[in-house]
Write a protein that binds this ligand. Structure first.
Ligand SMILES: NC(=O)c1ccc[n+]([C@@H]2O[C@H](COP(=O)([O-])OP(=O)(O)OC[C@H]3O[C@@H](n4cnc5c(N)ncnc54)[C@H](O)[C@@H]3O)[C@@H](O)[C@H]2O)c1
Length: 344
């Protein structure tokens, strides 16, 4: 079977992991090249992964005919521009979350990629996390009846370095972090989030205030068919990477997520001790691999992607509504669009 030629643009923390998975763990893919504006980094990653080609831009990489699909893992500010380059070159796209930083750009890229006939998969990894995959299957099978409440929490162990915000190229808290919950809620509830009321605060990371961002958020939301949702997002658990979700239905509840990584408990006179998941690359290692393998197989077998540009766009719209709600101190209607509508 022919392999899918893939290039990865942006090989920082996340991009390097995707490149590694494509190179070593997904036999249906051939990692052809990596690109990064930091050319030394691109060269280093190419050397480490033992591939022959590295570039300083996506524009240079799309020139290669043997690269059929591009994995976009730049900071969020550049997702839209990179996807436009890929679409014009006829390359299928995997793009990390958030799809874009603004709803306007999300609409533009959604239309452009549809018109260009290229496929897009957005890196909403929660959909590939095995407990969530199982939960989705059970919900669809009717095991908990009609889903009526979506509850989710995500706590990072510690804030990112100040430079992450100072760079001005990454999304704000709702766009960068809470967006995972928005997509998960849409997917597990099989519905759109129609209204959101967000509270935000700077409580543990005062440095973030200068960037007009927050470190703590609680959000209540309504889904379009009437179900309700509540999300907590926090930057500084202090103990680990804690992501848990609950879907309450008319006939039962499903709880997903876990804090302990290893099935080991150490018991001494001092008490009981277990490990705690400490990083997203650990917690979602399976999810990252499964989503990239699914992307590769989807393109090779000419299917539609399971989490596409429309899904990416809708979650960007929820993040925008959350931001507005927090700033204006009121509930805000989400600017949803229908899957079939075309702006151009
Ligand atoms: N799904 C997840 O769980 C998850 C986790 C972490 C990051 N991410 C996403 O991955 C993306 C990258 O995040 P990261 O933490 O790896 O960031 P990072 O800063 O570690 O890496 C970004 C890389 O992109 C390069 N770059 C910057 N602008 C570029 C451009 N225009 N063209 C090519 N290369 C460029 C930088 O030099 C850097 O090497 C973001 O969209 C982020 O939201 C997703």
């Amino acid at each position: 079977m022919a392999k899918l030629g893939v290039g990865v643009v942006g090989v920082g923390t996340m991009g390097k992991q995707h490149a590694y998975n494509l190179r070593h763990l997904i036999p249906e893919a051939q990692l052809i090249a990596v690109a990064d504006t930091d050319i030394e980094r691109a060269k280093l990653v190419a050397t480490e992964l033992e591939i022959d080609h590295h570039y300083s831009s996506v524009e240079a990489m799309v020139e290669r005919k043997d690269v059929q699909a591009i994995v976009v893992v730049t900071p969020a500010k550049f997702h839209g521009a990179a996807m436009k380059v890929c679409a014009h070159a006829g390359k299928d796209i995997f793009c990390e979350k958030p799809f874009t930083l603004t709803v306007e750009e999300a609409d533009e890229v959604l239309d452009l990629t549809q018109n260009a006939g290229v496929r897009v998969q957005v890196g909403h990894v929660r959909r590939y996390d095995p407990p969530n995959v199982s939960a989705k299957r059970r919900i669809e099978a009717g095991e908990i009846g009609d889903p009526v409440i979506f509850k989710s929490l995500a706590r990072d162990p510690a804030p990112p370095p100040v430079g992450y915000m100072a760079s001005g190229v990454n999304g704000m808290f709702f766009q960068d972090s809470t967006v995972h919950e928005f997509d998960l809620g849409r997917w597990l509830m099989n519905d759109e989030i129609s209204e959101i009321h967000a509270y935000g605060a700077v409580l543990v990371f005062p440095e973030i205030a200068q960037f007009n961002d927050i470190d703590t958020a609680l959000l209540n939301m309504k889904f379009s068919r009437g179900a309700l949702g509540a999300v907590e997002n926090y930057m500084q658990s202090g103990y680990g990477y804690d992501v848990r979700t609950e879907v309450v239905g008319s006939k039962g509840t499903i709880i997903t997520g876990y804090l302990q990584q290893t099935a080991e408990v150490v018991l001494t006179a001092a008490g009981a001790k277990t490990d705690v998941v400490d990083h997203f690359l650990v917690r979602f290692a399976d999810g990252y691999l499964h989503q990239m393998r699914d992307f590769v197989q989807t393109i090779l077998t000419d299917r539609s992607t399971k989490v596409d540009a429309f899904d990416g766009r809708q979650s960007v719209a929820v993040a925008a509504a959350a931001e507005r709600s927090y700033r204006e101190g009121r509930a805000v209607t989400v600017q949803n669009r229908s899957r079939t509508s075309r702006a151009s």
